[in-house]
Design a protein around this ligand. Sequence first.
Ligand code: 5AD
Ligand code: FES
Length: 382
Amino acid sequence: MRYLDFIRKQKEYVPPADIPQKGHIDQLFETRTLTRDALRYLLESEDERTAEYLFFKARIRQKETFENKIYLRGLIEFSNFCRCDCKYCGIRKSNGNVQRYHMSREDILRCAELGHMHGFRTFVLQGGEDLSYSDDDICRIVSSIREKFPDSAVTLSIGERTKESYQKYFDAGAERYLLRHEAAAPELYRKLHPQAQTLENRIRCLYDLKSIGYQVGAGMMLHAPGQTLDDLITDFFFLQKLQPDMIGCGPFIPHKDTEYRNEEAGSVELTLRVLGILRLMFPEVLLPSTTALGTIDPMGREKGILAGANVVMPNLSPRDVRKKYMLYDNKICTEDDAVQCAGCMNQRMKAIGYRVVEDRGDAPRKVAQMCRKKSEKRIDGA
Ligand code: 5AD
Ligand code: FES
């Protein structure tokens, strides 16, 4: 379907009388959960009427919490050194074709400064698991950004660490942490990672982060090599248990220097169905429409928003490093700079009836907590 047709269809949508799986979607809308079988039917369904009704219901939930606001996250890919060897990832340790780089604190601050000028109020520091930055280095980077931009939030996405390290980063001012669980089905996790990287440790990290008080993001790739729909449903149930504040979920895309170079990429349709289901399961979760989705479809990010997502993460990394942070082939925006990406995203969201806001975009649960704390302080002070 052409892009404009897709958008018009979503905007003018009126549910028809005969929608296959309508009962399942209504039940998910009301109760936030479904049986394994019902979820499988929904994931399998290629019926356009089912997908459109799912997105329609997902947008109702999205607008109840977020109206037509879209939160911006400025992604700063500050290092592509990585001690991990995830089999799907372009910057895995054993890929000798990567030109490695790491950015200095000054360079990182410059990216944040540019982002702040363009309305970004969240900076996501993402990198491979690069141990050349000590905990103190990370803390200094975080606290410098928080000091310079007190109205902005810092999200870390630097992989598996000890609870003590996570606590130090938190104390330095990092309030959010992204660590996709990648695959909650143990066999699939083992297949996608070397033996030294375990699902148990990944999950331990996520629970540690939660217990420290971070806003936590988990998530998985869709159509990862060997992933079945049942594996995906295991991810849904894992997420229901974890109750993260964010869920990062995009299609797998092969990278030429990995053993999965000839595997098929995830489809736009499956990705959108998953986003719709996630919005109904987690009405208040922060759900990005990912760069990977924008890579497999030029209008993927818009479609993701119309299927229930509410966050976009344009790149703030300097142009000269972008091509070196290739997790998968053909990644978009590697020729653009931060200013172009920010402007582009504003326009894209406006074109589909949403508005990018200059806001930290905290998880609603945290906003409620912060308000409670403030009013308790007022009462104590009175
Ligand atoms: N395709 C899509 N996403 C990928 N990631 C890593 N490699 C790929 C790939 N080939 C995702 C992982 C990781 C996030 C930063 O990028 O889910 O957590
Ligand atoms: Fe980068 Fe559109 S978001 S150019």
